[in-house]
Design a protein around this ligand. Structure first.
Ligand code: SAM
Length: 287
């Protein structure tokens, strides 16, 4: 069933947070076109960049710049327009605003002022990459861009090395090789990675494997050091059952033969004195 955009009430406007394509204009969703066309003003990360998109969809709404260097006065101006009942549509250069893109201050201010904020979902590079990478996707963490300097990058990677969730990074093409080499050294050469490049575009490439092998491939093919890149890193293996003592393992083993995990963890906690969450996680890891 299609749902049209909600009507703005007369007292205050609506802030639409509008996702735009990350390469392929065919990914522009109809609600996004409608929101941009019907808005009083479009707050765009880069008005010149967005002019092409707007022209392509024959959107004639006026666009004003709203980017990370816009001072608080620009947020105030947009807020005043919203409070006066106007509709503002926020877009970034590509993908979903606020995801490694400007917009946080405006959304925050609007919500604090009681303005209705409506997301118009669409393309987002991290979600597109995750959906096709074939890495565990039940739990993941998005880290944005790693630090550009190697020392800080390696420190960040060291802090993330034991993370068991799939980790997702955005990376600049001129740093991709150095980053892969840092991951191989800090996290280990065998850690599984997927490099997702130029998603939705002509040279879309998804390649996975141990990080050392990926680094070698990228080093030998300069085309892989161009375009836009998402890096996904398989999480560290979950801790082995060895972190429970033998008696607790035995108790949990018996309980799990008879009961669902949640109940086994709850009763196991009473019997062993260990934390229920820890036993629950132990049981999940064991499955
Ligand atoms: N807001 C955007 C989103 O929703 O994904 C991300 C903006 S961030 C400034 C730009 C970064 O996103 C790029 O450097 C790259 O890491 C990633 N990215 C954007 N488009 C991409 C694409 N088509 N393929 C792969 N990565 C992309």
């Amino acid at each position: 069933m299609t749902q049209r955009l909600p009507e703005a009430d007369n007292a205050a406007g609506v802030l639409y947070v509008v996702a735009t394509p990350i390469g392929n204009l065919g990914d522009m969703v109809p609600r996004a076109i409608e929101a941009l066309q019907s808005a009083s003003v479009i707050a765009a990360e880069d008005t010149r960049h967005s002019a092409r998109l707007l022209a392509h969809f024959s959107i004639t709404t006026q666009a004003v710049a709203y980017h990370e260097h816009s001072g608080p006065e620009r947020t105030e101006q947009l807020l005043a327009r919203l409070q006066a009942g106007e509709t503002v549509a926020l877009i970034s250069d590509a993908g979903t605003p606020l995801v490694s893109d400007p917009g946080y201050r405006l959304v925050r201010a609007a919500r604090q002022a009681g303005i209705r904020v409506v997301p118009i979902p669409g393309a987002c590079a991290l979600v597109a990459a995750l959906s096709a990478a074939g890495l565990p996707s039940d739990r993941f963490a998005f880290e944005g861009f790693l630090p550009s300097k190697s020392g800080a990058r390696r420190a960040t990677l060291a802090a993330l090395a034991a993370e068991s969730r799939t980790l997702i990074f955005y990376e600049a093409p001129h740093r991709i090789l150095a980053t892969l080499q840092d991951i191989a050294e800090v996290v280990g050469p065998e850690r599984e990675l997927v490099l997702a490049r130029e998603l939705t575009k002509t040279f879309e490439t998804l390649r996975g494997g141990p990080v050392a092998a990926l680094a070698e491939w990228v080093a030998g093919d300069s085309d892989q050091q161009r375009g836009e890149i998402v890096l996904l890193m398989r999480g560290a293996p979950a801790k082995k059952s060895g972190d429970l003592d033998a008696e607790a393992e035995r108790v949990m083993g018996v309980l799990l033969e008879e009961l669902p995990v949640k109940q086994a963890a709850s009763i196991g906690a009473r019997l062993t004195g260990l934390k229920k969450n820890r036993l629950y996680q132990w049981a999940l890891d064991r499955e």
